[in-house]
Ligand binder design. Sequence first.
Ligand code: GDP
Ligand code: GDP
Length: 438
Amino acid sequence: MPLPIVAIIGRPNVGKSTLVNRLAGDQQAIVYDQPGITRDRTYRPAFWSDREFQVVDTGGLVFDDDTEFLPLIRQQAMAALQEASVAVFVVDGQAGLTGGDREIADWLRQQSVPVILTVNKCESIENGFMQAAEFWELGLGEPYPVSGIHGSGTGEMLDELITHLPAMDELPDTEEIKVAIVGRPNVGKSSLLNALTGEQRAIVSPVSGTTRDAIDMVVQKGEQTYRLIDTAGIRRKKNVDYGAEFFSINRAFKAIRRSDVVLFVLDVLDGVTEQDLKLAGRIIEEGRAVILILNKWDAVDKDSHTIYDYKKQIMNRLYFMEWAEVIFTSALTGKRVEKILDLVDSSVAEYRRRVSTSVINEVLEEAVSWHSPPTSRQGKQGRIYYGTQVRTEPPTITLFVNDPKRFTDNYRRYIDRQFREQLGFKGTPIRLVWRGKK
Ligand code: GDP
Ligand code: GDP
């Protein structure tokens, strides 16, 4: 199950990004800030009590201004809200209730998502409740006074927030494997889909609760069932005007969210383009297993080095996915297409794999004994107490440490690499969460 999403919504300058920083604390965006990954929205992991979720800042929402970019920002906020389990609507307790707040409230009341009304910039407790009181009239329930800067009040707000997160579902769904096929237009997605489903009797099944006309196809290999997500979206395409492109990218994003594994299709003749990087960034943020499909291999003139050269060039740009399985295919001739489902099986097995706490701590002890955590200028050293795998899909390991700030990016990458080398997890991302004493 993906981590639930909490969307932060409100006018510009009410303190949304301050609040996001407060909720996510030291935890970095799931993607390290690496050059080469393009992102639109930033999802940051956060937790409260025993619940983990992701917060996304939707950008400042304004309704009454029609400058060029605003419709797009609104569209983005609406898209974020569609994925969210809870919306945190932030208002400014010092500025008081404004017309802009009312417009956002009107819009939010029409959505089905639960809303936590958060009155920011309420530094003092007594005044805070006074400042918050006038927001009752928005009709969104109890206003929670908080200070994003000082952190006061956020505990009460979060206690309420987590009651709206979906119930935790401990058992992963192992019956079928959900596969998203994504890639730029013309890389060969629908040809691959035909090649994958061609000999099988594909069963078309409409999907409830998703894009109205999303259609999944289900194929069977041996005992295993594969659900190919939103095949209608793969086949329908090629409207090049801006609106349609926005729509189809969102459609790909939705398919990624519903999947266990992403078949990320590239045209080997084009290499890795900017648009590919944007999709790659999204796949990484969602933390899905990935198989890189380098298609149109038939169209390349080859000698014995070619495959290595191509692979090296492509992985140089997609270095943040170096753990992914890679396969060169031709949807046209069918070459190696039948191998794809084998890679799906092995990648998803890793994506769902659980490693015992004792093994994780052996890796940590070994890693720390080779290379001890950095010491700050004040002479304080980082300490890792222990680690444990808290989730699968993807494997997520929480490291309990004295103070996450003492661990530099370099050191974190070193620990990442050690887990990768010792535990494998070929085909799936792994996530490390550095958690200090609260
Ligand atoms: P955003 O545009 O909604 O993301 O707002 P920002 O987080 O950038 O904050 C806008 C301004 O409000 C900044 O000058 C912040 O320092 C200030 N601000 C944010 N949170 C608080 C708060 O809790 N109290 C006070 N007094 N100011 C705040
Ligand atoms: P989609 O837009 O990603 O679904 O791409 P299509 O499957 O519609 O393919 C786009 C074009 O590339 C079509 O003309 C296909 O015939 C061609 N194509 C797809 N796969 C291959 C391949 O493996 N080799 C070659 N040479 N052409 C391919």
